[in-house]
Structure formats: C-alpha cells, structure tokens
Design a protein around this ligand. Structure first.
Ligand SMILES: *[C@@H]1O[C@H](CO)[C@@H](O)[C@H](O)[C@H]1NC(C)=O
Ligand SMILES: *[C@@H]1O[C@H](CO)[C@@H](O)[C@H](O)[C@H]1NC(C)=O
Ligand SMILES: *[C@@H]1O[C@H](CO)[C@@H](O)[C@H](O)[C@H]1NC(C)=O
Ligand SMILES: *[C@@H]1O[C@H](CO)[C@@H](O)[C@H](O)[C@H]1NC(C)=O
Length: 403
C-alpha cells in the first residue's frame, strides 16, 4: 500500500516536472525588483561597538531584518563624503545583498521567525506563489534582483549592480523577452537602468514589458517624516515608542535612497509640506528646513540625490503602470509650536494617494505608459498582493502581443 503510494507520487512528480519543463519554453520570464527595505541585507561587522552585533571570521550576519540584530541596524548607516558626493559603509562594516537572482530574499525579508510572526513584512511572497501555481519555477522563470536599497541608482551603478542586472536579464532570455515587475523604489532603480544604462537595441531584444507598481516617481511626503522624527507608517504612529523613532531617524538621515525619494519641487511645487506657526516649508525651500532641524549636511545629500535622475525620462519599453488610489496619504506635517520641529510628532494632514505615495507622484507614469491600471482603495504594500495585479502581470507576460 505504502509502496504504491510512493510510486504514484513519484510518477506524479515526474509528470509535473516534464510538464513544467516543456511549458518553460513558452514562458516570458518574470523578474521582480523590490522596493525600499523590502529585501534582506547581511553585514560583516568588525568594530569596537556592541558585542552582540559583531561578526567573526568571514561570517555575514542577517541584519535586515533579524529579531536578534534589530538594534544592530545602525551598522547599516551610510557615511557621506561631501566632496565626492559618494557614500560608503561605516568603517569596519561590509554589507552584502543576499539572494541575487533567486526569490527567497524578497519572499521573506527577515529571518524565518520574523517572517512567520509578521506576514506583513513579506510583500512579494504571494506574487511569487501565484506565479509558481501558474507553472513558473522559482529561480528560473521567476527571479528577483534585490539591491542595496540604502542607495540611489548612481551608487548602485558604481557598485556594479546594473552590470549584474543586465547579465541576469540576458540569462533569463529564452527566446522570449523578459517582463520586469517592480515595486516602489525598485521602479526608479529600474527606470534608471532602462534609461541610462542599456541601449534601445538591447531593450528591444531583451525586455518585453516594464510593470512598475506604486512607484514614487516624484517622491512622497511621507519620506520627510523619516528625516524629521523617524519613518513609520502614518496610521499607527502613536504605538511606536519614541526611542525607536529616534533610533530609526538617526539611520534614515544617512540613507541616500531616503533623499532620493523626497518630494520633488517640479511635482509638489508650492504645496506646503511642513507647517509651523511661523514658517511654511515647500519642496522649494528644503535648505531652510535642514537648517531649522540643525542638520545642514542633509541639504547637500538632498541636492545630490535629487540630481540622480533628471526629470522623468521615458523608459523606452512598453510600460504598464499600476498603482492604488483613494487611500489617505500623508500630505502635510503640521507642528503646533515653532520649536517643535526638533522634538514633537506632528499632526499629519492626509490627501489622496496609495497611503504612502501621493497621487501626483504616482500619476507621472501617465506621460509614457502604454497602459495605466489604477486600483481603488488598495494601499502601497497591498498593491503587490492584489490578485487583480498578479493576473495583469501574468497577462502581460504571456500575451503574444500586449496591449
Ligand atoms: C527623541 O529625540 C528627541 C529630540 O531629539 C528628544 O527630545 C527625546 O528625548 C528623544 N526621546 C527618546 C525616548 O530618546
Ligand atoms: C502657511 O500656509 C498656509 C496654507 O497652507 C497659510 O494658511 C499660512 O498662512 C501660511 N503660514 C505662514 C507662516 O506663511
Ligand atoms: C496641538 O495643540 C493642541 C492644543 O493646543 C493639542 O491638543 C494637540 O495635541 C497638539 N497637536 C500636536 C500634534 O502636537
Ligand atoms: C494596507 O492595507 C491593509 C489592509 O487594508 C492593512 O492591513 C495594512 O496595514 C495597510 N498597510 C499600510 C502600510 O497602510
């Protein structure tokens, strides 16, 4: 009895592998590029600091995100050189992005325990499982290109990320072009690649479609809360202890990607983003804001980061833009008292967007997208878990001619 069950199972496994193998030939493979903080980072930490953070020998320890090393995250702080406008890790620290080309580090951003406890951390796991149910094989038909999300595209280029990305897409090409589906910051990371790294001949040969989801093309007001008091989801800010906010703020102020995602003047114009009784701050007077929070170096980082992608260049491939709308989204931070800019938690005025990214920033893709899919009342993180979105990506990947 047992033996025949085994045989049946073995036969079924054989049939299913041969099915997968033969349908592989037909698939346009899908590459995922995750967003800010949405893939793992490991580090070798050889400093005089906290003993529980230090690593030994050639060992790289998971830092983002590990319960055990959650308070070692300050070793992920970047050091800015104001002369060269470049970033390095802290002395004694080396950071690695594990899992390039696989999907596991975007399916589960943290250690096994964290992923089990906090399902909300795993943004792309349902997307990968969906494609696997459609016969896609992990690491072959569906892959991911995680990157060091602390950095903006110019630094990623210097680090060699785009050369690896180009090689990965060429490897995935199986006679059918590759579909690139990106989330949030990953969409800007990919826009830079398509616009400034590869040629149109290369794109015509290898890229079937670019599917950016919830892309903050023109930045997001929520980013400013990171510099001011520590980045946290706007909805449940009251339950986060203040020392954790302070801790995260001191890290966020060093991240190039945070400046890269600040609201851009050409999109937010004269809109008041931060308000105190005596001063209004718009995207046109950041310099003043950084002065008033006693962080003048922030202005230099900010200027350098906003210049990384100039304007909103056309990616030059068929683009299918997807985003959520009608979710209350931070639009203005209001401080009661003038001195509060340094210490208080502001009141947040909400406007339209996907909960994290403002509508006017999401909408920029209308300029060049072949198709835009706007999904009502689905927020920034749920957009990659939406079944409508998964079916749309599958449709794009499998259609002979895409509309
Ligand atoms: C957080 O930072 C603010 C401003 O620097 C400070 O006033 C406050 O005491 C800090 N809170 C904690 C718990 O560290
Ligand atoms: C700031 O802007 C608001 C409009 O958002 C305006 O009502 C207010 O008077 C301005 N305050 C200052 C100090 O300019
Ligand atoms: C602003 O001031 C009012 C009353 O003066 C107070 O109730 C409220 O909590 C303050 N809001 C913030 C965000 O500090
Ligand atoms: C997005 O929406 C889901 C379901 O409505 C909710 O559980 C989640 O907290 C929201 N995420 C954010 C970042 O607001």
């Amino acid at each position: 009895m047992k033996f025949s069950c085994l045989l049946v199972t073995a036969a079924a496994a054989l049939v299913s592998t041969s099915l997968t193998a033969s349908s592989n030939e037909l698939k346009s493979r899908v590459l995922l590029v995750p967003g800010l903080a949405s893939s793992r980072l490991s580090a070798s930490i050889k400093t005089d600091g906290a003993a529980w953070c230090r690593t030994h020998g050639n060992h790289f320890a998971l830092v983002w995100i590990s319960l055990r090393r959650i308070f070692c995250s300050h070793y992920l702080k970047l050091v800015f050189n104001p002369i060269t406008k470049t970033y390095t890790n802290r002395p004694g620290v080396t950071v690695k992005v594990p899992g390039f080309g696989k999907t596991n580090t975007v399916e589960c951003v943290g250690s096994f325990i964290l992923c089990t406890l906090l399902r909300s951390l795993n943004l792309m796991d349902q997307m990968v499982k969906f494609f696997v149910r459609q016969g896609y094989q992990r690491g072959a038909d569906i892959r991911a290109a995680p990157y060091d999300w602390r950095l903006a595209p110019d630094s990623l280029r210097a680090q060699g990320y785009y050369a690896k990305l180009k090689g990965l897409i060429e490897t995935m090409y199986n006679g059918k072009k590759v579909t690139i589906a990106t989330h949030s910051l990953g969409s800007l990371t990919t826009l830079y690649f398509l616009n400034s790294v590869v040629t149109s001949e290369w794109k015509n040969k290898y890229v079937k479609a670019f599917v950016p989801m919830g892309a903050p093309w023109g930045g997001a007001v929520q980013t400013l809360s990171g510099f001011l008091y520590g980045y946290i989801p706007a909805s449940n800010q009251r339950i986060i202890p203040r020392f954790i906010m302070n801790y995260s703020r001191c890290i966020i102020r060093t991240l190039q990607s945070a400046y890269f995602l600040a609201p851009r003047p050409d999109v937010f114009g004269s809109q008041v983003l931060v308000r105190t009784p005596t001063k209004n701050y718009t995207a046109q007077n950041y310099q003043q804001l950084y002065q008033d929070i006693h962080y003048p170096i922030g202005w230099q980082k900010h200027q350098a980061a906003l210049g990384v992608i100039k304007g909103y260049p056309n990616p030059g491939v068929p683009t299918f833009c997807i985003y959520g709308t009608n979710v209350p989204t931070p639009e203005q931070l209001v401080y009661n008292k003038s001195g509060d800019l340094l210490n208080a938690i502001p009141k947040i005025i909400h406007g339209n967007g996907d909960g994290s990214v403002n509508k006017e920033s999401l909408e920029i893709c209308h300029r060049w997208a072949k198709k835009v899919t706007v999904i009502n009342k689905v927020n920034h993180s749920d957009i990659v878990r939406s079944s409508q979105v998964m079916h749309e990506i599958l449709r794009i990947a499998t259609a002979d001619t895409i509309q």
